[in-house]
Design a binder for this molecule. Structure first.
Ligand SMILES: Cc1cc2nc3c(=O)[nH]c(=O)nc-3n(C[C@H](O)[C@H](O)[C@H](O)COP(=O)(O)OP(=O)(O)OC[C@H]3O[C@@H](n4cnc5c(N)ncnc54)[C@H](O)[C@@H]3O)c2cc1C
Length: 261
């Protein structure tokens, strides 16, 4: 089983600040971490390798400093890692990110399973997993909470749905996104840390990948961030007086006046 894990480096805080001029995150002074959901994706990949044999390759599209996250991935069980990095990828939205990742995965060629986290802490869209599957033209299951079995090129997984769980069976290769209920990620091992220190991590550029620049980076992005802002907090409340009937009547009047109903 050759398993590819998609990991993203994200700011390690929910207290993000937005540069009002550029509408981008202020990243100075903020420590980056592995997107938490991606640690579960990695752990599941390593567990599947331990169960069925094979290799785990960690992949990220990001700036050069994302290499440090890939070394962390090796210290916790990934066999290899690839950094996809080029100024041509700056400003990518989810479509351009998925296109770039899909192009790299097609270059890796020999894979059975791609595992992503369910969503990131920063972009938070949960779109990259399904978009990747669509672009690779392979089956997809989201919110996977258990890999039940892999046998004869078929995979059976349990996925979380609103009112319970669903069992899905699909042929490999496939893409799954995982939830935190799937496992408990391990800590780095001493052997892993030593391996991570000296591991050679190739950096693939747009040129090496044969990227179509109209589909990557800002120019390949179907969306534009016009403005990012925090909603104003309104501390404003009113207690309605009277019996329940008159309170309800007064509430309805107020909602009508405010054109809410
Ligand atoms: C117009 C626009 C411009 C943007 N410009 C920038 C920018 O300049 N810099 C910037 O950092 N962000 C930028 N973003 C945000 C960027 O698009 C998203 O962070 C990125 O596309 C991934 O989407 P997401 O974070 O919502 O991932 P999700 O879809 O929530 O992620 C799901 C899973 O996909 C995988 N995944 C997601 N992203 C990656 C990745 N890069 N590498 C490997 N695996 C991944 C992970 O397994 C993750 O758990 C921009 C967004 C828009 C709309």
């Amino acid at each position: 089983m050759n398993i590819i894990i998609c990991l993203k480096q994200v700011p390690g805080t929910t207290e993000v600040r937005i540069d009002p001029e550029t509408n981008t995150l202020v990243r100075e002074g903020i420590k980056n971490i592995v997107n938490p959901f991606d640690t579960y994706a990695l752990e599941e990949g390593v567990r599947l390798k331990e169960r069925y044999g094979g290799k785990v390759t960690a992949v990220t599209m990001g700036p050069p400093q994302a290499e440090e996250m890939l070394r962390e991935a090796i210290s916790t069980g990934a066999d290899e890692a690839i950094l996809i990095s080029d100024s041509a990828f700056a400003g990518s939205d989810t479509l351009a990110t998925s296109y770039t990742l899909a192009t790299a995965i097609n270059k890796i060629q020999d894979y059975d399973l791609v595992i992503c986290g369910r969503q990131t802490l920063d972009g938070d869209t949960g779109q990259v997993g399904p978009e990747l599957a669509e672009m690779l033209g392979i089956p997809f299951a989201a919110y996977v909470s258990k890999v039940e079995e892999i046998n004869s090129g078929q995979m059976r997984v349990e996925r979380m749905v609103e009112d319970g769980h669903e069992i899905v069976e699909m042929p490999l290769p496939a893409v799954i996104t995982v939830v935190k209920e799937i496992n408990v990620p391990r800590l780095p091992s001493l052997r892993g840390l030593t391996k991570a220190k000296s591991a050679a991590i190739p950096a693939w550029t747009a040129g090496e990948l044969g990227i179509d620049r109209n589909k990557a980076g800002l120019s390949g992005s179907a969306t534009r961030v016009i403005k990012i802002f925090f909603p104003q907090r309104v501390h404003h409340g009113e207690i309605l007086e009277g019996d329940p009937e008159s309170q309800v009547a007064s509430l309805i009047d107020k909602l009508r006046d405010s054109k809410i109903i």
